[in-house]
Write a protein that binds this ligand. Sequence first.
Ligand SMILES: [Zn+2]
Length: 217
Amino acid sequence: MRVRATCICAVANTFQTWCARLDGAALQSRSPGSHYWIVDRDWVGTHEKAQAGGIVMSSPSPRVGIAYDLHRLVEGRKLILGGVELEFAKGPAGHSDGDVLSHAICDALLGAGGLGDIGTHFPDTDAKWKGVSSLIFLEQTRKMLDERGCRIAHIDAVVITERPKLTPHFPAMRAALAKALGVAPEQINLKAKTNEGVDAIGRGEAIAAHAVATIEC
Ligand SMILES: [Zn+2]
């Protein structure tokens, strides 16, 4: 019998949540160096025990998602980036708060999980999402990944804008993004670029972001 299983060692992030549903006695008996496995989230046993029962284990494998997003910068809108409000004369046009960095990260995570895209899950035609913090999209995406037994391993993102200077705000952004995604800030890397004065971004008419997300399922 082939059963999809995950070694506890590889799911440290979601371990606490999952183990709440598991038999504490089985976990306490864990000996150093041994691997315990979760099957269908409610069963724990050693690899040997599973093999004796004819179960073939498979370890989680990495999956990668890529994403790009762009918003026009207009007057009368707040500039929210990575869940943090920055002081600036313009902000992104958009149905939600227009957080281009959160949108790119959300899309990259959905891509890695084979879950489609941000427009499918959080359509800009739905009044429910009007003016909301895009961190909500990240929280929902994290839940979807969690339900599939996927763990966020790492996110790398780059924001492209002429102004304002972003680097001083990265610690606050990483903290906000990490909280929404249930990961450590060290699992999120942010970079800033200008467009050297070229095209709409270079003229300060738009802001864009690219993101790559690595997950393990
Ligand atoms: Zn967007």
